[in-house]
Each structure stands twice: as structure tokens, then as C-alpha cells.
Design a protein around this ligand. Structure first.
Ligand code: IPE
Ligand code: IPE
Ligand code: MG
Ligand code: MG
Ligand code: MG
Length: 364
């Protein structure tokens, strides 16, 4: 259970984020219908996890919130765009999001695609205009571009779709080393590759959380008869490594980038930055495991989206591969690992510790 103090702290941060997001889209010289479609999804609530992480990372590194707010807004814009596109008929074909009809259900598919495009580009506009040094602005844009792109979120979404109903993954990719990436850091490793802060070395040394012994490679997913069709409609073979790679790319990359961007806005040193990225990858994977679990156990009203869709779509998920209990255990283990990465920080780390706990306890 998270503490009252935590709830109040997060509520305060969320207020600041909501105000900054409203401000950032207000009064744009955009077609009215585009403005409306963008505001419909961006200002629809949501947990605001990623911008909260930007602000907390900035704080734990001794920064000022004002310096981090543009990055907080930018990452939420990218996340919201990813949700609008994720819900499209060509992707997960969902009807509800954040407690309301999905963007395309209200505005049509073409407008929803374009609203996502507008949010994607607005994120970079925000960063380009932030009152920070040119070097920090460029670094923030690089981190966000890498995490959101083909080696991160977008690439992860591609693999997620390819893995539906037992499809094979096109993992072999020149340059990214996906096929041979034993540590499962594909895509995210590149995020640290050029930052001169050694984040890539952390990735390459295989320190990312891996499944407990016995859960790794070559696992055969039991078919319906074996898991009673409750957690999976798949009858295929995939490994936990494959799944970790998908989850780390489609979800973990943006979450880790939130932490790294927060650190950069505070002018953090290499060690702090690398440890926050490590924390980010652990909670990022835990977050998507919890999302997979909630798709089975969650309540539509609390989730604000329709549960059961992963089974309908034959998605490769943690419960499909390992069952509900092992999935929950794995998520908790990752939270412990995440908190272990915070040791180099002072007292303010407690918010990040509680947030990690919230990720696996949440019901929405
Ligand atoms: C949903 O993200 C998509 C995933 C990466 C699992 P969130 O659960 O953070 O969605 P909101 O922002 O709270 O609506
Ligand atoms: C979405 O994963 C990940 C991204 C949007 C990048 P899911 O497809 O599992 O998210 P939900 O369950 O629709 O929120
Ligand atoms: Mg999806
Ligand atoms: Mg989805
Ligand atoms: Mg999901």
C-alpha cells in the first residue's frame, strides 16, 4: 500500500503536469478539428506516470521542477500519441481509453492518426523551446527520439503486432543487434550509446533484469487446453527473452527515457543518470507485466479500457507465457531490483521507491 504522503505528493505533481499540458496545447493555430482531437486524448486524465517520473528524477538529482516540465509534457505527448495509434483498428482495435471512447471512435481513423502525428511533433517542438541550454535541449531530444523510435517504442509495437496469434518476430536487424541480443536490451541500449555517460555499458553488460532461472529461452507456450483459455488464446512457441524484448522496447524505453530526461534536466552526473536508467528499465518491464495481468484480472471501470483484449487478440503476454502468479512474482522481483538502483540517492528517493511499489499494486 502506498502512503498518504505519497498520494498527496503525486497529486500535487499531477496538478502541475495537467496545467502545463493544457497550456502547451492551448491557442494553437491548428485546424479546429485537430485541436479538438488532440485535446480529447491528451487532456483525458491518465496516470501521468511518465511525466511524474521526469519530475521525480529531476528532484532526486537536485534539479528545479521548472527545468523539467517541458520534458515532462513532451514525454506525455509521445505516450498519448502511442495510445491513440495503439487503439486503432489496424493495431489493437480498442473502443475505450482513459474512461472514454477511443480517439478514432469519436473523430474517425484519419483524424486519430493525424492527432497522434501532431502530438509526436509537438513533443519535439516543446523540447526545442525549453528554457535550457542548447546542449541540454539537444540531449533531451536525442533521448526522446531514440526511445520513441524504431529501436524503442515504435519497434516494440511492431514486434508486439508480429507476435500476435503466434506470429514470428522479425528480430534480425542490422545495427540494432536484436537477434543476438541476449540481454534483451535491444533498442534501449542505443539510448545510452552516445551520451558519454556509460549508460550503454550498463546495458551491454547484461545487467538488465532477466527472468529467474528456468523461465528463460525456448519455453513453449501452453495452448488453450493447458491454461484453460483464461490467460491465453495462443498456441505457439515463444521465449521469455522474446517477450522481454517486446516489453522493454514498447513500454520500457519511454519509461527509462522519462528518468533519464529528468536526470539530464537536473544536470546529473553519469552515475546518477545510469542508475536512474537502470531503475527505469526495471519498473518499465514491471509496468508492462502489471498491464498484462490487469488485462485479465482488472475491472473495466477502474482501468478505463476494456479488459480481456490480449486474449481476444492472441497477444504474447506475461500471463500467456508464465501464468498469473509467476507474472506477479516476476513483477515484484523487478520492483526490488529497481529500488536497488536507487541506493546512490538521498532521502528524496523514497517517492521513486513508493512509485515502484505502486506499479505492481495498482488496479488501474
Ligand atoms: C498504457 O499506459 C499503455 C502501456 C504502456 C501499458 P498507461 O497505463 O500509463 O496509460 P495512462 O497514461 O494511465 O492512460
Ligand atoms: C501498449 O501496450 C504499449 C504502447 C502504447 C506503446 P498495450 O497495447 O498492452 O497497452 P493497452 O493495454 O492497450 O493500454
Ligand atoms: Mg498494443
Ligand atoms: Mg493496446
Ligand atoms: Mg495492455
Amino acid at each position: 500500500m502506498v502512503s498518504e504522503a505519497y498520494k498527496q505528493r503525486i497529486a500535487g505533481l499531477r496538478e502541475q503536469i495537467e496545467a502545463a499540458l493544457s497550456c502547451s496545447v492551448a491557442g494553437r493555430l491548428w485546424p479546429v478539428s485537430l485541436q479538438s482531437a488532440v485535446e480529447y486524448s491528451l487532456l483525458a486524465g491518465g496516470k501521468r506516470l511518465r511525466p511524474v517520473l521526469v519530475l521525480l528524477a529531476n528532484e532526486v538529482c537536485g534539479g528545479h521542477m521548472g527545468a523539467a516540465l517541458p520534458a515532462a509534457c513532451a514525454i506525455e505527448m509521445i505516450h498519448t500519441y502511442s495510445l491513440i495509434h495503439d487503439d486503432l483498428p489496424a493495431m489493437d482495435n480498442d473502443d475505450y481509453r482513459r474512461g472514454r471512447l477511443t480517439n478514432h471512435k469519436v473523430y474517425g481513423e484519419a483524424s486519430a492518426i493525424l492527432a497522434g502525428d501532431a502530438l509526436l511533433t509537438l513533443a519535439f517542438e516543446m523540447l526545442s523551446q525549453a528554457e535550457l541550454s542548447a546542449g541540454i535541449r539537444a540531449e533531451l531530444m536525442r533521448i526522446l527520439a531514440v526511445a520513441a523510435g524504431g529501436g524503442g517504442m515504435v519497434g516494440g509495437q511492431v514486434l508486439d503486432l508480429e507476435a500476435e496469434r503466434g506470429g514470428g518476430l522479425s528480430l534480425a536487424s542490422q545495427g540494432s543487434g536484436l537477434a543476438s541480443d541476449k540481454s534483451g536490451t535491444a533498442g534501449v541500449a542505443a539510448n545510452g550509446a552516445k551520451n558519454g555517460c556509460g549508460v550503454a555499458e550498463v546495458a551491454d553488460s547484461g545487467q538488465w533484469p532477466e527472468p529467474a532461472a528456468g523461465m528463460a529461452a525456448g519455453l513453449t507456450i501452453p495452448g488453450n487446453s493447458e491454461i484453460a483459455g483464461v490467460v491465453s488464446s495462443r498456441k505457439v512457441t515463444a521465449s521469455v527473452e522474446d517477450l522481454n524484448r517486446i516489453h522493454r522496447m514498447k513500454t520500457g524505453a519511454l519509461i527509462a527515457a522519462s528518468l533519464e530526461m529528468g536526470a539530464v534536466t537536473a544536470g546529473a552526473g553519469c552515475e546518477q543518470r545510469a542508475e536512474l536508467v537502470r531503475y527505469g528499465h526495471c519498473i518499465g518491464l514491471a509496468f508492462q507485466i502489471a498491464d498484462d495481468v490487469l488485462d485479465i484480472t482488472g475491472d473495466a471501470a477502474k482501468l478505463g479500457k476494456t479488459p480481456g483484449r490480449d486474449v481476444d487478440l492472441g497477444k504474447l503476454t506475461y500471463p500467456a507465457l508464465l501464468g498469473l502468479e509467476s507474472s506477479r512474482e516476476r513483477a515484484k522481483e523487478l520492483v526490488r531490483e529497481a529500488c536497488g538502483a536507487l541506493k546512490c540517492f538521498g532521502e528524496e528517493r523514497r517517492w521513486l521507491e513508493e512509485l515502484a511499489g505502486f506499479i505492481v499494486e495498482r488496479d488501474h
